[in-house]
Write a protein of this length. Structure first.
Length: 122
């Protein structure tokens, strides 16, 4: 049976199989949730893993890496949401960012995930 739990907390602190990073199209360290994930995972290790992925990714894309030094999860899913300041009608891309993240959960036989708000701004 599936279960959905909604918590008002940091997605980085959840004990789950994967956390989702609100990523940019280059999978580069940023600020907000992305910056915290890079800090906790280990900047060098995560940056090297992200560099091995062909970028730039399209809005709505998702990629998976190990979690490295984050011991509360096994993987990081990097979901690229649209910038609504550039394209205010990009709801399909936002949907795809969540959907493609869920496909990676399924394809990697993972059971739990923690999502931040994607494309909500820092």
């Amino acid at each position: 049976m599936s279960k959905l739990i909604i918590k008002h907390a940091s997605s980085v602190d959840m004990e789950v199989d994967a956390i989702v990073n609100a990523a940019n199209k280059y999978l580069a360290s940023g600020s907000g949730v992305c910056g915290e994930i890079f800090k906790r995972a280990g900047y060098i290790e995560l940056n090297n893993a992200c560099r091995s992925i062909k970028t730039p990714l399209e809005d709505g894309s998702a990629a998976i890496t190990p979690s490295f030094n984050i011991n509360t999860c096994k993987y990081i899913i990097h979901a690229v949401g649209p910038d609504f300041n550039i394209n205010p009608d990009a709801f399909d891309s936002l949907y795809l960012a969540y959907y493609n993240s869920l496909l990676l959960i399924k394809d990697n036989n993972l059971r739990s995930v923690s999502f931040p708000l994607i494309s909500a701004g820092i």
